[in-house]
Structure formats: structure tokens, C-alpha cells
Design a binder for this molecule. Structure first.
Ligand SMILES: Nc1ncnc2c1ncn2[C@@H]1O[C@H](COP(=O)(O)OP(=O)(O)OP(=O)(O)O)[C@@H](O)[C@H]1O
Length: 407
């Protein structure tokens, strides 16, 4: 095991309350400058682990080591010189200015009398600057918004000048803008200051994009630990959260929602990313989606597959095989609607144009998002048979209107 640069680690750690185990056999190693996310469902033990790593909670068994030193033998003040902690509780200290609150982070470094010196003032202001909150310095803490308060909490942690920051759900209560801002501030601290940041998070997609490593916490143990590129496989995430109506797609880095398929069967002829928005809309509106013919490296395939659509897919970028063309025609014949996404007319897609022509020959209702010159691929007769629409929303509205009129 390579322990170089390891700043925080655990050995056969068992954590819990009053002797009751919540997680056991925890073996983790965090290095300087790493961003680590703890992921897992509610109640899995992420907070309990963070509280144990920060010595707020006694271990049931095993060890927590900071710079190879067992923290059980360390005084809290000495530990605070290396590690700071930001917990979830909404702090409402009475009549504190932001400055006074951030200044509390200096306590492990100040004179025994608690008196602040000029250099402490410098660190406090630098900490506020690092989290883009310098202008809040004279504000009363109780008047801040959730996003502003979260940044000030991180500033207090920074004022401790730690090598490690532990955070429990740092993005809780934050809107998307502040969530991204706080996360990028934390990432900067790792990159620029070499701080090791360990945070419990609920946003898998953000964790996948920002973290150097993720730990999956579930079922009383760490299920996996390593770079998100290795650990966050489609099935691992789907199982971690016991998704029944959603699935994680590693390639897209997103979670796709699967819906019930109460409405009619739709065959989408797409490709090269032209169908992805439409698939999501059709799934949201509870249509039963069939799609093809796609190549396996097409983003449309990944979105459709994650949504649980039935995909006719070919592994190689090649002309589609006769067999797949035959299956596509058969499946299309079972569908109530056929949609042309307006996919590119490159040679490789020639078979998909043929498929649309087959749909017209079968007298299927064909709706198309194709515009401009590419419509010329249809004969005047075919052209008259197609409902051309400007965008995905209009197209699905049109389907709902036709269905309504028919019933
Ligand atoms: N003070 C406590 N005493 C006893 N049990 C506790 C205490 N705090 C939490 N627990 C229990 O420990 C388990 C793990 O809780 P923990 O808060 O660590 O989970 P978590 O992964 O952080 O969850 P969440 O994502 O919901 O915040 C839960 O079953 C919880 O009920």
C-alpha cells in the first residue's frame, strides 16, 4: 500500500453510538490535496464517520491516524491545528458579526489569553477572500442567507489553517449557483493549498465530476473506495441508492429517470445526439420508447438505454446489418407513432432514412423535427404525409392533440 502523502487514514475502524456499530472494517487513506466525497443513502453512516474522524465521537474499535499519529492520544487543540470541521447544523449564534465568527477559527493558534494579533487579522480576511465573502465581514451572522452562511462556515474552517477539512453535506439548503460555487471553492482549496477535503454529499453527479476519490457507504461498511471513474459504475450507483425508477449512467455522469410506460408505443429514429432531449421528454410523458438504429458509441444510445428504452443498437460504426434493419422494421410496425429527429444525413444514416420511408409505406403517423434542405430527401408525396414540427415540445403536444381527437 502506497502511504506517501497520506494525511488521514483509518485502520480497521468501527464507528457507532453507545457500542452499537454503524460501520465496521473501515480502511481508508486520504492524501494531501485530495477531494474525497462520502456517498451513500440517508442513515448509512456518513456523518457518524465524519464525527469519528474528527474525534467528536469515540471509536468503537480500530484507529484514526492523522499524519500517522493516533488521534485518540492527541489533545483536541493540537488536532484542531491540522483539522477543521464544518457540520450541518444551522448555526445561529446571537449577535456575532461574520468577523467574530471567522475569528473563532483562530483559537488553536492564538495566544493562551485568546487575544488576536495582526497576523490573525490577516488570516481571517484572507479566509473570507478565499470563499468570496470579504464583503460580508461586518454583517451580523444571523442575517446571512444559507449560501452566504455556508461560505462563512468554510471561511472559519480555513482560518484554522488546517491541512484537512471535514464537511458534512456542505451543499445542503443551497441553490444550484451557490452549490457550484461552494464546491468549486473547496476544489480550489485542494488544488491551490494542498488541503485534503473530505465531504459527505448527496449529488452523485457533482461528486463524480469534482472528487479525486469517492467512498460508497452502505450496509454497515465502505462498499468501495477509489477514483470516481473506477468506482461509480452504472450498477454500483444504482445499487447504492436502491434506485427502482432511475439509473446512473457513468458515461453521461447523470441520473436518468425511468417512468411508467402508460401511453402509446413510439419508435424514434434518431442518432448522433439528435434524439436525447426528445427521449427524456417522451419518458417524462410516459410513452413507451423504442429506438434505432443506433451505434453503440452514440450519446443517443446511452440516454435511451438509461431511460430503459428498447434500443436497436449496433456495436460498430458501420453500415447497419441486414438483420438489425429487419428487426427495426418489425418493431416499428408494432408502434403507434414514428418520430424522425432530423438526424444528420451522412451516408452511415442512409438506412434510417429508408426506415422512415418504410414507416410511411406502413401508413404510420410520422412526426418530424427535420428542417430546411434536409426535408428534400422525401418525395413530394411523402412530404405531405409527414407532420413537421419545430421542436420537441411542439412535437409531443401534437401527439397528445392527435390522441385526444381520436378518443
Ligand atoms: N446520536 C445518535 N445516537 C444513536 N444513533 C444515531 C445517532 N446519530 C445518528 N444515529 C444513527 O446512526 C445511523 C447513521 O446515521 P448518520 O447520520 O451517520 O447517517 P448519514 O449517512 O449521515 O445519513 P444522512 O445522509 O441522512 O445525513 C442512523 O441509523 C442514525 O439513526
Amino acid at each position: 500500500m502506497n502511504t506517501q502523502n497520506t494525511i488521514l487514514s483509518t485502520r480497521n475502524l468501527c464507528v457507532g453510538y453507545s457500542g452499537k456499530e454503524i460501520l465496521k472494517g473501515v480502511e481508508l487513506q486520504f492524501k494531501k490535496g485530495e477531494f474525497i466525497s462520502l456517498l451513500g443513502p440517508n442513515g448509512a453512516g456518513k456523518t457518524t464517520l465524519l464525527r469519528t474522524l474528527s474525534k467528536h465521537l469515540k471509536t468503537i474499535n480500530g484507529k484514526v491516524l492523522v499524519n500517522n499519529e493516533d488521534i485518540s492520544a492527541m489533545k483536541q487543540e493540537r488536532l484542531a491545528q491540522t483539522m477543521s470541521v464544518v457540520l450541518t447544523e444551522k448555526v445561529k449564534p446571537p449577535l456575532f458579526t461574520v468577523y467574530d465568527f471567522v475569528a473563532m477559527g483562530r483559537y488553536p493558534h492564538t495566544h493562551w489569553s485568546g487575544r488576536l494579533e495582526k497576523k490573525d487579522d490577516g488570516v481571517i480576511m484572507e479566509s473570507l477572500t478565499m470563499v468570496h465573502a470579504r464583503e460580508l465581514v461586518f454583517r451580523d451572522l444571523s442575517t446571512l442567507s444559507d449560501g452566504e452562511r455556508q461560505k462563512v462556515l468554510v471561511a472559519r474552517a480555513l482560518a484554522q489553517q488546517p491541512d484537512i477539512i471535514l464537511l458534512d453535506e456542505p451543499t445542503m439548503h443551497l441553490d444550484l449557483k451557490h452549490r457550484m460555487e461552494v464546491m468549486s471553492i473547496l476544489q480550489r482549496l485542494c488544488r491551490d493549498k494542498g488541503i485534503c477535503v473530505v465531504a459527505s454529499l448527496h449529488d452523485v453527479d457533482i461528486a463524480a465530476k469534482l472528487s479525486d476519490k469517492v467512498a460508497l457507504v452502505k450496509g454497515g461498511a465502505i462498499q468501495a473506495f477509489g477514483p470516481p471513474e473506477n468506482v461509480l459504475q452504472d450498477d454500483a450507483v444504482t445499487q447504492l441508492y436502491d434506485f427502482s425508477n432511475a439509473s446512473f449512467n457513468r458515461m453521461l455522469g447523470t441520473i436518468e429517470m425511468k417512468n411508467s410506460e402508460k401511453k402509446g408505443k413510439v419508435f424514434v429514429v434518431g442518432g448522433m445526439g439528435s434524439a436525447s432531449v426528445l427521449y427524456r421528454l417522451l419518458a417524462k410523458k410516459e410513452y413507451h420508447i423504442f429506438t434505432g438504429m443506433l451505434h453503440k458509441n452514440d450519446i443517443d444510445y446511452h440516454v435511451a438505454h438509461s431511460l430503459g428504452a428498447h434500443c436497436l443498437v449496433q456495436p460498430h460504426i458501420d453500415k447497419f446489418s441486414e438483420e438489425i434493419c429487419k428487426w427495426a422494421k418489425e418493431e416499428m410496425s408494432q408502434c403507434d407513432w414514428v418520430i424522425d429527429t432530423g438526424f444528420g444525413l451522412e451516408k452511415v444514416n442512409g438506412d434510417n432514412i429508408c426506415l422512415l420511408k418504410d414507416a410511411l409505406a406502413m401508413k404510420k403517423p410520422v412526426l418530424s423535427l427535420r428542417n430546411g434542405q434536409s426535408r428534400e430527401h422525401f418525395t413530394a408525396l411523402e412530404y405531405d404525409e409527414i407532420h413537421f414540427l419545430d421542436d420537441e415540445c411542439q412535437l409531443v403536444d401534437e401527439m397528445e392533440t392527435i390522441t385526444f381527437k381520436a378518443t
